[in-house]
Design a protein around this ligand. Structure first.
Ligand SMILES: *Cc1c(COP(=O)(O)O)cnc(C)c1O
Length: 368
């Protein structure tokens, strides 16, 4: 293996050399050159969602979950807030837990992990309970790879006059979210996912009118997006030490994203990876967990080979020896593993990963 292993994980993922090289410089957080980078990143993130006219981009230090927690804590009112969370995977479960810890009222809607959230169910739940103020939805549930129907759900939530908060962590930049057509109060994502930057910075695209009246909602100082926004508008600086290298490299990754052709090109590359992956694995006898119609082209869950010789840990180690890092499954009832479709996968691309898996299954005599 002549290179570091490729990460077939949905963030951190394999970044380009150019993106990594952008981290070789130290920046002063007060310096105008660095603050221009922050400004450009914020502006371009809004442009990706066609949200410049209606929303503000607030970046936040930390992993994606920090931004999710900050958005919920800042945008959901302290006393009247009541959030409906449809549950079909681990990331929605995490949102529900955050809402409980924040002390906001929570109502859940339970689904199986292979069932997408239905807009009709949201419609019924909002109709039945007028005290629900917000719906918090995960766009692509990365725990399985399932895609929830965001446009349909957004239309329902808007029709009921409630707020929609979207965890679009593993879809933003690859699957279309257009603020002019899909109404949302907040969309949350992070640097190290489909935009292929390094991990370390989350961001929230928040509806300006909602953000303006969110002062004092947050139970936290560090995670208060209203405060972060006001300070950044006033000074162009981050409130507290920014992850300077990450921001600079993320800016460089967004530059490459635009050079590649933006959302359409990024989405097409991942979709092609996803098709090649599923077809290649099927030839090896490995079946994907989800039917194609509800599979997002971001990460694919596969059933483990039905062989007594299969042990995830040895499979993982052997595939790693061949240059690829797989991702364990996250389902409780069936034995699975996951393969991401994102990141810079080199000359042999996703096909190289399928070859490695095939060789390892043969070597372990664990072919399905
Ligand atoms: C990656 C991800 C997150 C954030 O996870 P972190 O480990 O905090 O970065 C949240 N939601 C979804 C859907 C994700 O894919």
């Amino acid at each position: 293996m002549s290179h570091d292993p490729y990460l077939l994980t949905p963030g951190p993922l394999t970044t380009s050399l150019r993106t990594r090289q952008a981290m070789l410089r130290d920046w002063g957080s007060w310096d105008a050159d660095f603050n221009r980078i922050t400004g450009r990143v914020r502006e371009r993130l809004l442009q990706i969602a066609s949200a410049t006219a209606t929303h503000e981009c607030i970046p936040l230090q930390g992993s994606g979950t920090f931004a999710v927690e900050a958005a919920l804590g800042t945008l959901v009112p302290r006393t009247s807030g009541h959030v409906l969370v449809p549950l079909n995977g681990a990331y929605c479960q995490r949102i529900a837990r955050i809402i409980k810890v924040l002390g906001r009222k929570l109502t859940t809607l339970d689904y199986a992990e292979n069932a997408p959230v239905r807009a009709a169910d949201i419609d019924a739940a909002l109709g039945a309970d007028p005290t629900i103020t917000h719906v918090a939805l995960v766009h692509c549930e990365t725990s399985t790879g399932i895609l929830n129907p965001l446009p349909e759900i957004a239309a329902v939530v808007a029709r009921h006059g409630r707020g929609l908060i979207v965890d679009a962590m593993s879809s933003f930049g690859a699957l279309e979210i257009d603020a002019r057509r899909v109404p949302f109060d907040a969309v949350i994502a992070a640097s190290g996912k489909c935009l292929e930057g390094p991990p370390g910075m989350g961001f929230v695209l928040a509806r300006r009118a909602v953000l303006e009246r969110s002062e004092g909602n947050s139970p936290s100082v560090a995670m208060d997006l209203h405060d972060q926004w006001v300070y950044m508008q006033k000074t162009t600086q981050w409130r507290f030490t920014p992850p300077t290298h990450v921001v600079a490299a993320f800016d460089c990754a967004i530059e490459q994203y635009l050079e590649e052709g933006g959302l359409v090109a990024r989405g097409a590359r991942y979709a092609s990876n996803c098709r090649t992956l599923i077809a290649g694995m099927a030839k090896l006898g490995l079946k994907s967990f989800l039917p194609e119609a509800i599979q997002a082209p971001i990460i694919v869950t596969f059933h483990a080979p039905d062989s007594p010789h299969y042990v995830f840990k040895s499979f993982y180690e052997a595939v790693k020896q061949r240059g690829y890092i797989l991702y364990p499954g996250k389902l409780t009832t069936v034995e699975t593993f996951r393969v991401g479709c994102m990141g810079q996968l080199g000359e042999r691309g996703i096909g190289g990963a399928v070859e490695a898996v095939g060789a390892v299954l043969a070597q372990l005599k664990a072919a399905a």
